[in-house]
Write a protein that binds this ligand. Structure first.
Ligand code: ADP
Ligand code: MG
Length: 729
């Protein structure tokens, strides 16, 4: 890109292109030029970064800094060669030559009073050669290395300066950016915004001086000025580590905005109305309970009561039901559905995979159809005509319970009287999909009864086996009520987990043989190959063929994501009915699948799976009374984190403990999963190191919501702008 437009990366140390700065305005001149060149496209790019308002710019904070405030004599910089330090020197060009051996390159020598330094450029443009002509005064930043020809800087950042030009007295911020936005442009835009944005205190004095007093929060404008342009003497380490008091204020404000937003949406929900569906004696619910072949555990009874009370209220329930794999959440969902149906409403149950949705459909229709409930199946794989028919039964109200995948939330599906929506394995759905199911019912309700438009919302129950550690629950899920099933149904013996080296595969196959001979069923999970679905499929087919050959007297089935849904369902049906002894599967069986007679789980290349995934997979066994075994086959050598994961699996079957360790190994961002991250993630606060701030933020949020609604508005406007909700991505 020859020409005069500054290279977007020009101000980073390892950039090939030097800045074309004008003398007299250190660090800013190039920016002004670049910005004036293409304001509109740069503006569009700023918008892409989410920087629309001045205050967005002001809250766009540096990820690191460059220290351009000091110069080293060249001789001193050379003395420090090889220490991996970035040095800034200034000198006059004494020679500039382009050589072609071993390849085209430009070699420039600069000198000051103390010595001479070589600058080497493997990529360069004509205008750079001009800028670095003999006699030019250059300010150069880079790392001095002891090269073959003596000490040199390769591709330093270079700026032409007037002799004796003053050094900046502030650290130079480096902002998170995308390739299209030059740092210089960002600096200028942010500097401008900082100058013209009034930032009145949003925290009421009584809150600052009351519960927040121990934090000794500094005024925000002061903190922002410091972070955007730190004075030379600042503790640079504290800035980079984000432990500086200025950072603390930013993080606190961010966490507070999150708390305010979640609590407001919770309150808003209470202002909405939902159909009250108090539990009636007898009815469907009673008949169903009478027909159950087992008694609910104490924990199940407790959560059923909590849910029943919510549903009896005229405000929408928004409850998360947590319970480890196998703790019996499905039955709780079914009971809630009965309560809705008893009250004359429809219930919907949405699952993330077709296999799981199908299993729910099979189970719940077996339970409820005999009691006279019409259960309808709605999935993406249905033929257009069948789907239309199903949708018509939903719309007419004939379907009392609708079970399916996210096909449920398609526009073509309208509910007559949706009163309860249940989302199983909710962590597998995107935030947007969950909200869509809720929003859909609101819209449908609006059409059915214009007077109540958008005000009547169905009750919502979300279920998850992934336990949420406390700090995450307090932040991302602060607007949910939570019920926990902390007890497994009786008669379960914990799954015994063993690690087996891949080299002992024959013994594992022998084990499968024995288990089958004892009348048990076996899952064999194929390796996860993240890079290529095709390869994963191929591996699954090969594993299947090997096992068929090795176990000729057994019936072996294969299920994977690419199988047509009908075939998938047929294979699962055969396994459930014990017509197959061994099920070779990809991770499609990861969530929810419930076949109590299966008691041996083999996971190949277990080292490639994440902890949560392994826990979910292992949860497919140990559902009956037989002692269950999980064999984690691995290929040596193991990476340290893989070792840690597998050791965790061997040591514990407690989902909460596993989640806690998972969070430790991965950090909250990954823990929540890409689907839930994005805008939902905090930009500055870190839930591991800043967890202690959450309690303060929560307390401040409660006080502000109760007594200072205007301050709440101001704070949310500043931090969220148009976005009304942290989770509304
Ligand atoms: P999850 O919480 O993982 O979704 P499920 O709802 O699939 O668990 O239940 C696991 C198994 O336990 C199912 O076979 C279910 O029928 C059975 N189950 C559920 N509750 C009880 C209970 N109270 N007593 C005995 N078995 C139960
Ligand atoms: Mg389940």
């Amino acid at each position: 890109m020859p020409g005069t437009a500054p290279d977007p990366t020009q101000e980073t140390t390892d950039s090939p292109a030097p800045a074309a700065g004008k003398p007299g305005r250190p660090g800013k001149a190039g920016a002004a030029k670049g910005a004036a060149g293409k304001p509109s496209s740069a503006m569009a790019r700023l918008h892409k970064l989410g920087l629309r308002r001045d205050v967005d710019l002001v809250l766009h904070l540096p990820m690191r800094y460059e220290d351009e405030t000091t110069l080293l004599p060249i001789a001193e910089a050379i003395r420090r060669a090889g220490l991996g330090l970035t040095a800034q020197v200034e000198g006059v060009v004494t020679s500039n030559e382009v050589t072609f051996r071993p390849r085209r390159q430009m070699v420039v020598k600069i000198a000051d009073d103390s010595g001479e330094l070589t600058l080497r450029f493997l990529n360069f443009y004509g205008n750079q050669a001009q800028q670095m002509a003999e006699g030019a005064s250059l300010r150069v930043r880079g790392e001095v290395r002891g090269g073959f020809f003596g000490a040199e800087m390769v591709h330093p950042t270079v700026r032409a300066v007037a002799p004796g030009e003053a050094l900046p007295d502030r650290l130079t911020p480096v902002y998170p950016s995308t390739a299209g936005i030059p740092q210089a442009y960002l600096r200028k835009a942010i500097g401008g915004a900082l100058g013209r944005t009034p930032l009145p205190e949003t925290l009421p004095q009584p809150v600052l001086q009351g519960p927040l007093a121990p934090l000794r929060l500094r005024p925000l404008p002061e903190c922002l000025r410091l972070l955007h342009a730190p004075p030379q003497e600042v503790d640079e380490h504290a800035l980079t580590e984000r432990s500086h008091p200025a950072w603390q204020r930013i993080k606190f404000d961010e966490l507070l905005a999150q708390q305010l937003s979640l609590k407001r949406s919770q309150a808003a929900r209470r202002d909405k109305s939902a159909p009250p569906m108090p539990r009636r004696a007898g009815g469907l619910l009673g008949a169903f309970l009478d027909a159950l072949p087992f008694r609910l555990t104490g924990a199940q009874q407790r959560v059923v009561e909590e849910i029943a009370a919510d549903m009896g209220a005229p405000h929408p329930m928004h409850r998360l039901l947590q319970g480890d794999v196998g703790s019996g959440k499905t039955i709780v969902a079914a009971l809630a559905a009965c309560q809705a149906i008893d009250a004359g409403y429809q219930a919907a149950l949405m699952a993330p995979t077709e296999i799981l949705a199908e299993q729910h459909f099979r189970k719940l229709s077996a339970w409820l159809e005999p009691l006279g409930v019409t259960v309808v199946w709605l999935a993406g794989s249905l033929k257009a005509r069948a789907k239309r028919e199903a949708a018509a039964r939903v719309e007419s109200g004939e379907a009392r319970l609708v079970i399916g995948t996210h096909a449920l939330i398609q526009d073509s599906v309208k509910f007559a009287r949706l009163g309860l929506s249940v989302v199983d394995e909710q962590h597998r759905f995107g935030v947007a999909q969950r909200l869509a199911l809720r929003g859909k019912a609101e819209a449908d309700a609006g059409e059915a009864a214009p007077a109540a438009r958008a005000e009547t919302v169905p009750h919502q129950l979300m279920m998850s086996a992934t336990p949420i550690p406390r700090t995450l629950a307090m932040t991302y899920y602060a607007d949910l009520d939570v019920s926990v099933i902390d007890e497994l149904p009786p008669g379960r013996s914990p799954v015994v987990t063993r690690l087996v080296n891949d080299a002992r595969r024959d013994e594992v196959i022998e084990r499968v043989h024995h288990a089958a001979a004892d009348g048990r069923q076996i899952y064999w999970v194929c390796p996860l190959i993240e890079e290529s679905e095709a390869l994963q499929l191929q591996t699954a087919v090969e594993t299947y063929e090997t096992l068929v050959a090795a176990l000729p007297e057994l019936k072996v089935g294969l299920v994977h994501g690419r199988l047509p849904p009908a075939e998938k369902a047929a294979v699962m049906g055969d396994f459930i009915a014990n017509r197959l002894q061994v099920l070779v599967a990809t991770t499609v069986i990861e969530v929810g699948v419930d076949v109590p007679n299966a008691s041996l789980m083999v996971i190949e290349h277990a080292e490639r799976f994440g902890l949560a995934q392994l826990h979910q997979l292992r949860g497919r066994v140990g559902r009956g009374s037989a002692e269950s075994v999980c064999l984690l086959m691995y290929q040596a050598p193991l990476s340290p984190t893989a070792k840690e994961r597998l050791a965790t699996m061997r040591e514990t079957t407690d989902g909460f403990e596993i989640a806690r360790r998972d969070l430790q190994i991965r950090g909250p961002g990954e823990f929540l999963g890409a689907r839930q991250s994005g805008e939902a993630m905090l930009r500055f606060a870190d839930l591991e190191t800043d967890a202690w701030l959450v309690d303060y933020a929560q307390e401040a949020a409660e006080l502000m919501l109760a007594h200072y609604p205007e301050a709440v508005d101001a704070h949310l406007l500043r931090w969220l702008g148009g976005r009304e909700h942290f989770l509304k991505a």
